[in-house]
Write a protein that binds this ligand. Structure first.
Ligand SMILES: CC(=O)N[C@H]1[C@@H](OP(=O)(O)OP(=O)(O)OC[C@H]2O[C@@H](n3ccc(=O)[nH]c3=O)[C@H](O)[C@@H]2O)O[C@H](CO)[C@@H](O)[C@@H]1O[C@H](C)C(=O)N[C@@H](C)C(=O)N[C@H](CCC(=O)O)C(=O)O
Ligand SMILES: Nc1ncnc2c1ncn2[C@@H]1O[C@H](COP(=O)(O)OP(=O)(O)OP(=O)(O)O)[C@@H](O)[C@H]1O
Ligand SMILES: N[C@H](CCC[C@H](N)C(=O)O)C(=O)O
Ligand SMILES: [Mg+2]
Length: 506
């Protein structure tokens, strides 16, 4: 595609450098540029992409997109107001506008996104629409699964992946839209039909700094990206109106809204709800009729996820029986309240709760359902929001009979310092601190322990548990790695728990 053709998809401020080269690929990282590439100089948190223009040219870039005042020399260039936005739009054009002609659902919010993508994927499949999914677990269509470095990929990678999955036969797409992605314009080349808002609670304040900025990032999906146009004249915002931020999204949405909730008068709501160890039974009330639902998902928070997926199905005008089928027969969402089989009589659950709200939701649910005690193993990620550490410590300590504070992904931080941050929330509860050795023989009163090695912490939890107890391994869910320093090594909570049970049996 010629540079001039690509440039039509943006409103350039200025174009220079003479020639109109054929563009063979789009790049935002000089280390990956190949011959014939168009290089986007992006201003980042750590560095300014403009300083890599020369490296990109040496690597074969034939044109550059910039958004500052500096002018590249000896190469065709395009100046735009916002290079990230231009990159999104040019990427969509380069890959033939993958999402212009099929249903695209985007889900945003602090918690629930991944779970909801699985439910909507299942509903779409039951409606006869083979669906591709992009999110935290992977980017996938049918048997093809691409590892996901980010929940929402950078625009160039996103549009390329969408093109690939659509060419393989996907007729619908469901994607998680992170606040980072919205802030960084990664999804601005996407034509959304439906946007879902789940909830907004504390997370990522290392990046967004305060809740209002975090909210405003999420809001972009509804106030800007869902505005109707000629390509998609009918768009819809699906909004949880039980969340304190829900009404603000409703007010600011640039398209019609379909609300969902448990309390109040939402368009899509649940009545006659019964929560049990077997799951959730309820009547889903929708503008298109009612569904008598029996789901194996546990807890109130999952009822919200079910309502969100139902409302998305209604917004896409999918048949009610397909929505019903999709909600009752979907695959296990990896690492979301996932059971680890064992013969010790324990309920071992691996869950991705890595925010205070998620941890509280899961623990509250388990408290309502428990027969024995609750043992929680958890930590907090390094190089991430530090403020959530004591909050999660307090929540774990409050709901659990035993909390074992351990490492999540410490990344570049000292694991002991992260644990100290979590401990700040648990110590004021005045509960007993156990040493590792004591725990090997069980525990008698409510308490906590700090064990840096996650492997060791999981072993201690299993050893300390008695039949009937619940062991919750929180924070890493589906992750099959642990990042310590700059090393990423294989680590899977589900495998570790199973191995711990085998060792104790032998
Ligand atoms: C905080 C954040 O989101 N950072 C993203 C951001 O990086 P940055 O702004 O720091 O970039 P930078 O390192 O300053 O570099 C600026 C530019 O120079 C380029 N560069 C840099 C070095 C070089 O030698 N040559 C070169 O060209 C970089 O590719 C970049 O385009 O822009 C980069 C390029 O698009 C992203 O890869 C990077 O995501 C990093 C990997 C990341 O970890 N992001 C996480 C926090 C994230 O996005 N998470 C969300 C949320 C998950 C959730 O909700 O749970 C997600 O969607 O996954
Ligand atoms: N609707 C919900 N409200 C609050 N907590 C939830 C909800 N759904 C799931 N959770 C909890 O949050 C954890 C993360 O859920 P999920 O992976 O579906 O969310 P996510 O929004 O994709 O998270 P991430 O931003 O990390 O990708 C779950 O393991 C569960 O503990
Ligand atoms: N996508 C989120 C996931 C966090 C999961 C947790 N295990 C951690 O590493 O902090 C992030 O990168 O902040
Ligand atoms: Mg997710």
């Amino acid at each position: 595609m010629l540079l001039s053709e690509l440039t039509k998809s943006v409103m350039p401020l200025e174009v220079g450098g003479g020639a109109d080269p054929e563009i063979e690929g789009l790049y935002y990282d000089s280390r990956r540029v190949k011959a014939g590439g168009l290089f986007f100089a992006l201003k980042g948190v750590a560095s300014d992409g403009y300083s890599f223009v020369d490296t990109a040219i040496k690597a074969g870039a034939v044109a550059v997109v910039v958004d500052g005042t500096l002018t590249p020399q000896g190469i065709p260039w395009v100046r735009v107001a916002d290079a990230r936005l231009a990159m999104s739009r040019m990427a969509a054009a380069f890959y033939g506008f993958p999402t212009a002609t099929l249903p695209l659902v985007g889900i945003t919010g602090t918690n629930g996104k991944t779970t909801i993508t699985y439910l909507i994927e299942s509903i779409l499949e039951k409606s006869g629409i083979p669906a591709a999914v992009l999110g935290t677990v992977n980017y996938r269509f049918r048997e093809k699964a691409i590892p996901a470095p980010n929940t929402t990929p950078e625009s160039v990678d996103l549009q390329r992946t969408l093109r690939e999955l659509i060419d393989m036969g996907a007729k619908g797409v469901v994607m998680e839209v992170s606040s980072h992605a919205l802030q960084q314009r990664r999804v601005d080349g996407c034509c959304f039909d439906v946007g879902v808002f789940t909830n907004l609670t504390r997370d990522h304040l290392d990046y967004h700094l305060d809740m209002e900025s975090y909210f405003q990032s999420k809001m972009r999906l509804f106030s800007e990206l869902l505005a109707a146009d000629r390509i998609k004249p009918k768009r819809c915002a699906v909004v949880n109106i039980d969340d304190p931020y829900g009404p603000r999204i409703v007010q600011g949405a640039a398209c019609p809204v379909l609300s969902y909730g448990i309390s109040g008068n939402a368009h899509v709501r649940a009545e006659r709800v019964v929560f049990s160890v077997a799951g959730i039974s309820c009547v889903l009330v929708t503008p298109q009729g009612q569904i008598n639902l029996h789901s194996e998902l546990l807890g109130r928070f999952n009822l919200y996820n079910i309502l969100a997926a139902t409302a998305a199905g209604i917004a896409m005008e999918l048949p009610l029986d397909a929505i019903h089928e999709g909600l009752e027969h979907h695959p296990q969402v990896p690492g979301r309240v996932e059971r680890v089989a064992n013969d010790r009589g324990l309920t071992i659950l691996v869950d991705y709760a890595h925010t205070g709200d998620a941890l509280e939701n899961v623990l509250r649910t388990l408290t309502e359902l428990k027969k024995g005690r609750i043992i929680t193993v958890f930590g907090c990620g390094g190089d991430r929001d530090r403020g959530k550490r004591p909050v999660m410590g307090e929540i774990a300590g409050r709901y659990s009979d035993l909390s074992i504070i351990t490492s999540d992904n410490p990344r570049s931080e000292d694991p002991e310092k992260i644990i100290a941050g979590v401990r700040e929330g648990i110590v004021p509860l005045g509960i007993r601190e156990y040493g590792s050795e004591e725990l090997r023989h069980g525990f008698s009163e409510k308490g906590y322990a700090a064990v840096e090695s996650r492997r060791e912490a999981i072993r201690l939890a299993v050893a300390a548990a008695r039949p009937g107890d619940i062991v919750l391994l929180a924070g890493k869910g589906h992750e099959d790695y642990q990042i310590i320093g700059s090393e990423k090594h294989h680590f899977d909570d589900r495998e570790e728990a199973a191995q711990a049970c085998r060792e104790l049996a032998g």
